[in-house]
Design a protein around this ligand. Structure first.
Ligand SMILES: [Zn+2]
Length: 225
């Protein structure tokens, strides 16, 4: 009887049969190891298995930094963190490292539809750790229209969560000083997973606007390969 392949076996096989031969042939990873990475963007998103930025944007090694946690939520920066010597949330270190050290020029917080973390929070079924983390989005609870059906309510909560994260992002010192120097673009996006559509937040209107394929410039011959 053949042994059933586990997820662990599958990953090891994929690494050595798919990733490594390409990396070795192109020399990409060797060059990135020798010369360091120069990513241009930090993407903050949910840990959900359907929304990885590297996956949906077909990222190349070295191209983007990913910070992922439940709902991609960004808590507001608290100056007291530094004074009390408290351990800062991981997101604070990721933002600082991306902007101060790696000089990325773009930060995007990317939410998604059908977010399990947000659903658990608004429906009151979240475990204690998830609930505690989602309290960072506490102010959104007052803005929700509870007269809607549960799916419409979840869509509204997802949008409010991303808006909340976007405004909180602007409170981080590294982001504030890079924006002062016009060295940083900060945006908030939502990935509709059901129909693979991307929307971006218009901060002035507080509305999400669908992005069309023709908003993107034509691919270079290299990218379109
Ligand atoms: Zn999620």
């Amino acid at each position: 009887m053949t042994k059933k392949e586990t997820i662990r076996d599958r990953l090891i096989r994929r690494f050595y049969t798919k990733f490594k031969p390409t990396a070795d042939r192109k020399g990409t990873m060797r060059s990135l190891a020798a010369n360091g990475q120069r990513p241009e963007i930090l993407i903050i998103s949910c840990i959900d298995s359907r929304v990885s930025a590297s996956m949906i944007f077909k990222a190349e090694p070295g191209e983007m930094l990913n910070h992922r946690h439940i709902a991609g939520l960004v808590p507001p920066y608290d100056p007291a963190w530094e004074k009390t010597g408290a351990v800062l949330p991981a997101i604070a270190a990721s933002i600082e490292f991306a902007i101060r050290d790696l000089k990325v020029g773009t930060v995007i917080v990317k939410g998604h539809t059908h977010c399990g973390g947000i659903r658990a929070y608004i429906e009151g079924t979240a475990g204690s750790a998830v609930r505690s983390w989602m309290e960072n989005a506490g102010p959104i609870m007052d803005r929700l229209d509870r007269s809607q059906d549960s799916e419409a309510l979840l869509r509204q909560a997802e949008r409010e969560c991303v808006k909340c994260s976007f405004h909180n992002l602007l409170t981080y010192p590294a982001i504030r000083s890079a924006r002062k120097e016009n060295a940083l673009v900060v945006e908030a996006w939502i990935h509709n997973i059901e129909d693979s559509v991307l929307l971006h937040l218009d901060p002035a209107q507080g509305e999400f606007i669908e992005m069309e394929e023709n908003e993107a410039p034509a691919l270079s011959p290299v990218e379109s390969r």
